[in-house]
Write a protein that binds this ligand. Sequence first.
Ligand code: PMP
Length: 416
Amino acid sequence: MTESLVSVGAVNFDVEKIRADFPILHQQVNGQPLVYLDNAATTQKPNVVIDAISDYYRTDNSNVHRGAHALADRATVKFEAAREKVAAFLNAASAKQIIWTRGTTESINLVAASWGKANLQQGDRILVSAMEHHSNIVPWQLVAQATGATVEPIPVDSNGSINISAFENMLDAKVKMVSVGHVSNALGTINPVEKIIGLAHAVGARVLIDGAQAVSHWNVDVQKLDCDFYVFSAHKLFGPTGLGVLYGKLDLLNAMPPYQGGGEMIETVAFSGTTYNQLPYKFEAGTPDIAGVIGFGAAIDYLNAMDRVAASAHEQALLEYAEEKARSTSGLKLVGAATHKASVMSFLLEGAHPADVGVLLDKQGVAVRTGNHCAQPIMDQFGIPGTVRASFSFYNTFDEVDRLFAAIEKAKTFLL
Ligand code: PMP
């Protein structure tokens, strides 16, 4: 273990104290202490989140917004308080701009279906980067098929960075939507989204930022970014699965038609015609994931109580330490070498299939992800079937990075 790096990366950051908050980390897997390096797939949950969910079911369980009794009031107050917390977390001007969805995927589908069908027509262009997650490609393809618009990839260079001059050359008045990830889940690239938003707005296009891999690493300010939509999943931000957020500009959300019909999203229903509820409820048909929302509120409180700048510095130091080790590991090739990266180290072992590497690491208690990371187009561009991906969170340690590389060395003895 490299003490000097620990002190560089973790000034004022007590990683052992943080780890004590995450019960799942303290277990053995295949006879070894678990090293969880699959944080880009989902992050682990602190006790406060687990407790908030179980307390809700033990004491407050009720439907929200409709009951005329104490439990319904308590559930509604906690549910709406979580919305306020998310609005403040993103520096959104109003909690009305925070729509609960099932996740990043549903948030993008909502915008593509609702905004897209109302605003796109034959010949319009939608630009997404070539390194997007499938959930930021396929919903646009669906709406393109329905409207006659096209979906075009913004070129990505061999180091994994968006080619900004190629992007500038693509822009014209036909471009109506630019949808890009803040951070690539496959390569870790931090995209220059402020620049992209400014350039897109200059030709009148709207911009959606997929923040699934960004919000867990630093504080995002949607007003400063000036994005039109910002989306992410609670489960990658220390909250529960099955819950996501769509932030949108108020005028756009107000003008958009409903996404799904049902209870909660209406004002009045008659066979002669139905009127819709106000924001945010217009987009929240049916009983929501109340326990999940309340648990997510606890995750936001947890993050707000943390020194996030120190946490981010610690994660960055872990990534740099790992990549330095990777560069001196024979047979290991890093995939994705953008100048600005967050918490993702994608790699290949020469002569070995990523899936086999993953199995051998798991046998040693090290959890990573292997495959195309739902980003098949960029893997195709690089001519590879996928990668092995180690992704870090603030509760990871330098010892765990050492364990990863010891496990890689052992895997090599079986594979190469
Ligand atoms: N976008 C990115 C960048 C992601 O990393 C992910 C999850 N891997 C998604 C979208 C989809 O998120 P979810 O499955 O939670 O909807």
